[in-house]
Design a protein around this ligand. Structure first.
Ligand code: IDP
Ligand code: MG
Length: 146
């Protein structure tokens, strides 16, 4: 096996109804879905923990309120260079800036985002360290099989 890497994603509440289409795009881009969660709505306290690195920022309160407002579906994805390639596939954080054809461009809502609701459709881990932490948070006990 070559240098496979894993990353963590979840479909955010606003895009939850489009999850099948979004997972089709992810598979077509070469990612293997090695774990997928049941749909679940996490508490505000859980989202405050997940997004702890953003505590104190002006968008933090909106972010955690939005995230606990509905279900997400989480997945562990595997591919060579998964972390960087997945960030490229989803596009920039603000859907208004997300490159054409990226998941945040196609399924984010730039208008809502501009009003402070972080409706950018999807999450992708941004580093090896965060991927590990986030996988442990959403898939406790997950073991990487070598
Ligand atoms: P990322 O999701 O692209 O890694 P982060 O900077 O880690 O972006 O921010 C986490 C989430 O917080 C974003 O996905 C988005 O939903 C929300 N967010 C970040 N910056 C802003 C902002 O300036 N306005 C509104 N929401 C934001
Ligand atoms: Mg981030």
């Amino acid at each position: 096996m070559k240098n496979k890497q894993i990353t963590l994603t979840f479909i955010k509440p606003y895009a939850f109804d489009r999850r099948e289409e979004i997972f089709t795009i992810i598979r077509k881009a070469g990612f293997d879905i090695i774990q997928i969660s049941e749909p679940s709505t996490l508490s505000k306290a859980k989202w405050e923990m997940f997004y702890a690195e953003h505590k104190g920022k002006d968008f933090f309160e909106n972010l955690v309120n939005f995230m606990c407002s509905g279900p997400i579906i989480a997945a562990i994805l595997e591919k060579e260079n998964a972390i960087e390639d997945f960030r490229t596939l989803i596009g920039s954080t603000n859907p208004a800036n997300a490159e054409k054809g990226t998941i945040r461009n196609l399924y984010g809502n730039a208008k809502m985002y501009a009003q402070g609701k972080p409706a950018n459709a999807i999450h992708g881990s941004d580093s090896v360290e965060n991927a590990q932490k986030e996988i442990e948070f959403l898939f406790p006990g997950f073991q990487v099989v070598e």
